[in-house]
Design a protein around this ligand. Structure first.
Ligand code: B4P
Length: 189
């Protein structure tokens, strides 16, 4: 039986960092809407051209686009232990669409990892990544918009899963290795 996990948290909390580690260690399939969008932008596809300005401003790309991308990737994946949704869902419509897609496979979301990191630490991580990777949305100004968007959508997405009693808090302030250990504890419990 598949086991599906949502990685939830503010921009720079380490969702992608941890999802990649868990994917390699345990054979889950990471589905990152941020990574998918960035590769569409890099390839200058029509979808990428549409998403680029929105992402550079730090705003949310349309539900239609991200739901469509997730659906395509889920349909392509076979024999995976489960999916790790990284950065998705971010709206109520995305959460409902995800449940509907999983239902057709007789599956559901089993665990939501809520990574928690202080705003000051997030700013430091984003500044560091901007030097290392030069991502267009990693400026201090855009980060503020991304954080505001997060503070907005968390009031919708978290309660959606809290009602199902599947949210586990994770202290994202610890080192990468320590966070991985805590995540492993959360899903082996
Ligand atoms: P994302 O790609 O999801 O961007 P993110 O929130 O910055 O990623 P993450 O939290 O994974 O950070 P990471 O592990 O890299 O979204 C980008 C944009 O795409 C959005 O603003 C939006 O426009 C669009 N988008 C994406 N999904 C969407 C959706 N569903 N709906 C609508 N629009 C959507 O970690 C950050 C940094 O911290 C790294 O440099 C890492 O090395 C470091 N780090 C990680 N863990 C650490 C630790 N424990 N200690 C110290 N440093 C750590």
């Amino acid at each position: 039986m598949a086991y599906n996990i949502v990685f939830f948290g503010p921009p720079g909390a380490g969702k992608g960092t941890q999802a990649k580690i868990i994917e390699e260690k345990y054979g889950f399939k990471q589905l990152s809407t941020g990574d998918m969008l960035r590769s569409q932008v890099a390839e200058a596809t029509p979808l990428g051209l549409q998403a680029k300005d929105i992402m550079d401003r730090g705003e949310l790309v349309s539900d239609e686009i991200v739901i469509g991308m997730i659906e395509d990737e889920m349909n392509k994946a076979h024999h995976v232990k489960g999916f790790m949704f990284d950065g998705f869902p971010r709206t109520n419509a995305q959460a409902e669409a995800l449940d509907a897609m999983l239902k057709t496979r007789n599956e559901k979301i089993d665990l939501v990892l809520n990574l928690q990191v202080d705003d000051e630490e997030l700013v430091e991580r984003i500044k560091k990544r901007s030097i290392e990777e030069g991502r267009a949305d990693d400026t201090v100004e855009t980060f503020k918009t991304r954080l505001a968007a997060y503070n907005d959508y968390k009031t919708v997405v978290l309660p959606y899963y809290e009602e199902q009693n599947i949210v586990k808090p994770v202290d994202g302030m610890k080192s990468v290795d320590e966070v991985t250990t805590d995540i492993e504890g959360a899903f082996f419990k």
